[in-house]
Design a protein around this ligand. Structure first.
Ligand SMILES: [Zn+2]
Ligand SMILES: [Zn+2]
Length: 262
């Protein structure tokens, strides 16, 4: 039973890490679509450190470069260039390869220099994640604590790989870009699975565009707004149609002819 609880704890922590990633690292820092109250920002910064050990500066730089070179030469993690399974399995390798590139850091994250907090301890490798492991072991015992930590790591990494791999390979497209929308993935990644929408309008604070799509981070952002802890800085509901694809919908007739609708 202890181990079942440990897996559940790991799953919850992975979802918290994913929520912080999409709101803080992605929508706030990378695309500046949302303003966050400094206290919430600090909370999420520590959350990122403790649950993922990711350096925001590195994540932002790699991600912005991904937008700049989506699925063409220069994309840090394109399944079209590297191969689908390479990204699904080796996403961390491709991420680190780009994050170690000083030119990328300079060019894409000059607005996020390391500050004193980073220099003191937030930058120190996997210190934050190890601290989480220590807390879990103290609370749950060594076996279940390590299982919870491993579940957090594996689930978080798989979800991120799925956004970069499956989110550029499978699913439907509403807009003309190489990313795809996967509604099921969006449900477990707080909207990130609506990746085709995101590549169409990276600055939108909301990732769902049309009826039937749901971005689970959006109600959280709205709640933070109501509490005056966040402010959406970009248009979210208008404008999608202007970007709407001109990809014709095709169906195959009973005689095998491809019919183009739209
Ligand atoms: Zn992408
Ligand atoms: Zn983005």
């Amino acid at each position: 039973m202890n181990y079942v609880i440990a897996v559940l704890v790991g799953l919850v922590l992975a979802e918290v890490a994913t929520l912080i990633t999409t709101i803080y690292l992605h929508r706030v820092l990378s695309h500046k679509a949302i303003w966050l109250h400094p206290a919430v920002k600090m909370f999420m910064r520590f959350g990122t450190w403790m649950l993922t050990s990711i350096s925001p500066r590195e994540w932002v730089a790699v991600h912005r470069k991904h937008h700049n070179f989506s699925d063409v030469e220069g994309d840090p993690h394109s399944p079209h260039i590297e191969g689908y399974w390479q990204i699904m399995i080796g996403n961390v390798y491709y991420y680190r390869r780009e994050a170690n590139n000083d030119n990328t850091m300079e060019k894409y994250a000059s607005d996020l220099p390391f500050d004193r907090l980073d220099r003191m301890f937030l930058r120190r490798g996997t210190l934050g994640f190890s601290l989480t492991g220590l807390i879990l072991v103290l609370l749950m015992g060594i076996g279940p604590g390590l299982v919870a930590l491993a579940t957090l790591a594996v689930v978080y990494l798989v979800l991120n790989a799925a956004i970069n791999g499956a989110g550029h390979t499978f699913g439907y497209k509403s807009f003309e870009n190489d990313a795809t929308n996967l509604k099921l993935l969006a449900l477990i990644t707080f909207g990130e699975g609506l990746h085709n929408n995101h590549h169409a309008r990276p600055a939108s604070a909301k990732l769902s565009a049309f009826r039937g799509e749901f971005d689970p981070a959006w109600p959280v952002i709205r709640l933070l707004e109501k509490l005056r802890l966040a402010k959406v800085l970009t248009k979210v509901d208008e404008g999608w149609e202007d970007h709407r694809r001109r990809i014709p919908k095709t169906t195959v007739s009973p005689t095998g002819r491809v019919l183009v609708k739209d």
